[in-house]
Design a protein around this ligand. Structure first.
Ligand SMILES: [Zn+2]
Length: 381
């Protein structure tokens, strides 16, 4: 069915200009230059006066608003969007179905200042996804005014999540996560919420063969300061997409393809007369849980004078250096971590684990290497 078709198209249209984690306005401008000018507009400016771009595709009656990189360091969905734009440019049946049924307005980087500095927050240190009521930031105004002018029938709120998330306690990384946000304190199953749930259920079903058990759903605690909750509250079915970690994929190129599939499938579902059919399946999707670290060193002796064994959790700090993201291994926790999984697990088998200078490991210390019984073990991805 569609999955094979979408996959076979993908290798032809993945845009090589976008790669890795650091994606800014200057990266996407190189791609925008290759697209017809008539598709592109500048819908506003960030705190530091960087342009916020929007693209319009299709001319169907169903209006879908998509935005990405509201959090500046969550770039995977932006890469996937540009791959989608390349798909739209082909005469294939899949994009034809979508673009005849829908009009899409897409904001690929809503927070260009955060993208530039590789932060979640904008240049005023505000989380735009907590500013949906205050609208205190220019970027929040841009999204709201695009929303008000366009009056979408559906919204896709595109994000990325840290490597710490797994699918419940299964030990499988939550490579993709979704949410149909609540729109009231009671988390009522309103008609539009059910429609968003149905879209997610259909995505989930299609992606099972690609990602067996690697899809989770976020808890639906209500917060009207979040943009998704607000738009859902306006009775517009809103789907939160989260690109997570796929094994060994720190550049997020594998999950980029999966996200591409998920966005296209979401649009296909909408194009084919979506209703709330099958929304109950959404409730069976396992929940996202904080159950991973990047590395866990098990059964470590960390001090010469204490024979008690413990575990050491290491998380990569993502540091922007010379326009690249460096993954800096940082000790996050030293305790028994039976409830947690490591994307990489190292068993010290009771050996003495020290830092590269042969000193005791400390929480928050950065270590490219550790010594296990004096043997050097590299920690970088
Ligand atoms: Zn986010």
């Amino acid at each position: 069915m569609q999955l094979e078709q979408i996959n076979s198209l993908y290798s032809l249209l993945k845009t090589p200009k976008l790669f890795g984690r650091y994606i800014t306005n200057s990266h996407i401008e190189k791609c925008l230059n290759e697209l017809p000018k008539s598709l592109i507009s500048v819908v506003g400016y960030s705190v530091e006066e960087r342009p916020i771009y929007s693209l319009k595709f299709g001319n169907g009656p169903i209006k879908v608003l998509l935005w990405s990189q509201m959090h500046g360091n969550e770039s995977t969905t932006t890469k996937a969007l540009f791959d989608c734009f390349n798909l739209f440019d082909t005469g294939n049946d899949i994009p034809k179905d979508i673009l005849e049924a829908c009009t899409l307005v897409v904001i690929p980087i809503l927070n260009p200042d955060g993208a530039e500095r590789y932060t979640r927050l904008n240049a005023n240190d505000i989380d735009l996804n907590r500013d949906a009521q205050d609208l205190s930031q220019p970027e929040s105004h841009v999204l709201r005014s695009v929303y008000e002018d366009f009056k979408p029938n559906y919204c896709f709120n595109l994000h990325g999540q840290r490597t710490i998330y797994g699918v419940e306690s299964s030990g499988v990384s939550a490579t993709l996560s979704f949410l149909s946000p609540a729109q009231d304190e009671e988390r009522s199953l309103t008609p539009n919420r059910k429609v968003a749930m149905s879209i997610i259920s259909q995505l989930h079903n299609m992606l099972q063969s690609e990602l067996p058990n690697g899809i989770a759903r976020y808890d639906d605690g209500f917060n009207l300061n979040c943009v998704g909750d607000t738009f859902q509250n306006f009775d517009v079915p809103t789907v939160l997409y989260e690109a997570g970690h796929y094994p060994n994929d720190y550049n997020r190129e594998d999950v980029r393809r999966l996200m591409f599939i998920a966005i296209i499938k979401g649009l296909l579902v909408i194009s084919n007369d979506v209703n709330s059919f099958g929304f109950e399946d959404y409730l069976k999707i396992p929940e996202n849980s904080k159950s991973f670290y990047d590395i866990i060193i098990r059964d470590a002796k960390i001090s010469e004078d204490n024979n008690q064994l413990t575990d050491v959790a290491i998380q990569y700090n993502e540091v922007l250096k010379a326009s690249k993201i460096e993954f800096v291994p940082t000790v996050e926790e030293i305790s028994m971590l039976d409830e947690f999984y490591g994307h990489k697990e190292i068993n010290a088998k009771g050996g003495l684990v020290r830092n590269a200078e042969n000193l005791e490991l400390k929480v928050t210390s950065e270590n490219d290497f550790v010594l296990i019984n004096n043997k050097k073990i590299a920690l970088k991805p």
